[in-house]
Write a protein that binds this ligand. Structure first.
Ligand SMILES: C[S@@+](CC[C@H](N)C(=O)[O-])C[C@H]1O[C@@H](n2cnc3c(N)ncnc32)[C@H](O)[C@@H]1O
Length: 300
């Protein structure tokens, strides 16, 4: 019996498999990027989405599949690891689900959303509950193609959406590892006051935005100070980043933290677990993350 299913981002099945093994979860089979397990669901940072109440349903026809889903709830999103045509036919027989890209800042949808897949033409796995409010964990935004100098702002937007909070006009932010300035651009667009720290210069258009102060120096030499938001996208070994984060948290300096935890090659799961063990922390592989996790935290 399948009791949980974990969806990895494309090319990130390996760290998810390693993490699940560390948590004592056995993966019975992979269905595309979906790890199927007969163990109860656990939190997994490397899963974009976790199906927490999956059930296997025999589906003799497209109609029986759609009826079975409709009988459980209204909103469903599909994951197709194959059988694309049959999946599309079932999807067409379901009520439409609006999953328009978000115009940031906007809250994540709150309507219950389930997920289903065809394990074979006549066997469906369907979970009325899952951890992400987005189809397959894909938090998509209407992009700004002109303003930001890098696409990194998308992961900042996604982290804010996950935290269900974002900087308010006039709030103070430190952006560590800020160049070329995607996050600083996003912070300044929200009307926050940003100190952008990087050894490299900011894009001049971002440096000139109202509320932006640039400091060209190492992020690791910045002494903790009272800020509403501590943001870091600095490239650093996780252990060094953790030591820096602890200094800021121990000083009671930030109210909120958004920070990426980057890996080179092998995933340092032990380091990720140390970040996750900080009370109030959420550590997640978001849709816009590459080989990195995002740490978000708010003072209680
Ligand atoms: C992934 S980029 C940041 C992208 C940025 N968040 C954006 O939105 O455009 C990582 C940055 O970390 C900076 N960096 C690496 N080591 C640093 C250090 N010790 N102090 C400050 N910045 C550092 C690099 O110069 C680089 O600009």
């Amino acid at each position: 019996m399948i009791r949980a299913a974990y969806l990895a981002a494309e090319d990130f099945q390996a760290p998810l498999a390693e993490e699940l093994a560390r948590r004592g979860v056995t993966v019975a089979a992979w269905h595309g990027r979906l790890a199927l397990s007969s163990d109860p669901p656990v939190h997994a940072a490397w899963a974009l989405d976790i199906w927490t109440e999956p059930r296997e349903i025999a589906v003799a026809s497209v109609k029986t599949a759609a009826n079975a889903l409709r009988a459980m709830q209204r909103n469903w999103s599909s994951y197709a690891a194959g059988l694309h045509r049959r999946t599309a036919l079932i999807e067409a027989a379901l009520p439409p689900v609006r999953s328009r890209p978000l115009v940031f800042p906007a809250p994540a949808p709150t309507a219950p959303l389930g997920a289903w897949t065809l394990l074979s033409p006549d066997r469906m796995l369907a979970s009325p509950a899952k951890t992400s409010p987005f189809p397959n964990g894909e938090c998509r935004f209407v992009a700004d193609r002109l303003g930001p100098p890098s696409r990194a702002y998308l992961k900042f937007w996604e982290a804010c959406t996950l935290l269900r909070r974002w900087p308010m006009p006039g709030e103070t932010c430190i952006d560590l590892g800020a160049a070329p300035g995607g996050w600083t651009w996003a912070l300044a667009k929200l009307g926050a006051r940003v100190t952008a720290v990087d050894k490299a210069p900011l894009d001049p258009a971002v440096a000139a935005m109202p509320g932006v102060t640039q400091r060209q120096e190492s992020a690791f030499g910045v002494a903790p100070e009272q800020v509403h938001w501590l943001c870091s996208d600095v490239i650093a070994y996780p252990a060094r980043l953790l030591a820096m984060l602890r200094r800021w948290l121990d000083a009671g300096a930030p109210r909120h933290v958004i920070c990426t935890l980057k890996f080179q090659g092998e995933t340092d799961h032990a380091a990720a677990e140390e970040f996750a063990a900080i009370p109030g922390a959420q550590v997640r592989h978001m849709f816009h993350n590459k080989n990195e996790l995002t740490f978000v935290w708010s003072r209680q």
